[in-house]
Design a protein around this ligand. Structure first.
Ligand code: R5P
Length: 280
């Protein structure tokens, strides 16, 4: 059975259809003091819990769901983390910092037999789990909603996302790839060092794993607009889109923003369910 968290219901429904598995009965409530209360019905011996962990509350709910499943007699639990929050905190950046991704991974490992995650910021994050953990590359689906493009360039804002840009280009089946270089000064302040890519008159698809504040993308868009790019599209696996990110990108001149359903947002136009189903 598929056991959905409250934040991952659309993806869970799609995944249930994709795998032919049933959706488990689950309810989500809160006690008057604000603490979460989840309840699951009978699920049998094996269950797959699906939970993106965007907020701290999502992490708590996932731990509760795992524990509830053991309580109702489930013997084999797979945990799907479509979006793993805290994955970008994969090292201690300054003395005294925790390795938060490791802390979260260890906590999740106590309640599951296996983990499947989708395009984590770095695949090395899988090593932090104490149970077998696999990362699924769902980047290819990002090509599906793209319109017909003119002389397309698939561009990542830094070298770290060039593989993803190549995956999207390969799935689209034509176009060039390139990357800029990014320097992060703070959580919302980045600067972009552009490459010499010729963009004038071309459609450009900016590709990244995550769009959070939209600062990385909007800085890149400014360069592209200045250099005479035709249309500029933004696509990402995890459309976090916090604060005014959507507005910021639209005001910068982005034609359309695309994302998957690892995080359920209005821009979540494609599903990672088939990629997850293959891994289950
Ligand atoms: C980090 O390096 C990721 O690949 C993204 O570039 C980053 O999360 C984007 O963050 P923001 O939208 O806040 O610039």
């Amino acid at each position: 059975m598929i056991v959905s968290s409250s934040a991952t219901q659309s993806l869970s429904v799609t995944l249930a259809a994709e795998t032919g598995r049933e959706l488990a009965p689950v309810s989500y409530e809160r006690f008057p003091d604000g603490e979460q209360k989840v309840q699951v019905g009978a699920v049998g011996d094996r269950a797959t819990v699906v939970a993106s962990t965007v907020s701290d509350g999502d992490w708590v709910q996932l731990l509760q769901l795992q524990d509830a499943l053991r309580e109702v007699g489930c013997e084999e639990i797979t945990t799907v983390l479509p979006y793993m929050g805290y994955a970008r905190q994969d090292r201690a950046f300054e003395a005294g910092d925790p390795v938060s991704a490791r802390a979260m991974a260890r906590a999740i490992s106590t309640g599951t037999d296996r983990v499947v995650t989708v395009n984590p910021h770095e695949t090395a994050v899988c090593d932090f789990f104490d149970v077998p953990t696999e990362s699924v590359d769902a980047g290819g689906v990002l090509a599906e909603p793209l319109p017909e493009l003119v002389d397309p360039l698939f561009l990542s804002p830094d070298a770290g996302a060039i593989d993803l840009a190549e995956t999207v280009r390969d799935a689209y089946s034509t176009g060039e790839t390139d990357h800029f270089e990014k320097t992060r000064h703070s959580g919302s302040d980045v600067s972009i060092e552009p490459s010499e890519a010729a963009v004038e008159g071309r459609d450009v698809v900016l590709v990244d794993d995550i769009v959070a504040t939209g600062s990385t993308m909007s800085e890149s868009v400014a360069v592209l607009a200045d250099r005479g790019a035709a249309r500029i599209f933004v696509t990402c696996v995890h459309p976090l889109l916090v604060q005014n990110a959507h507005l910021k990108l639209s005001r910068a001149g982005v034609e359309t923003i695309y994302g998957t359903d690892t995080i359920e947002r209005p821009v979540s136009t494609v599903s990672v369910a088939p990629a997850i189903a293959d891994a289950l």
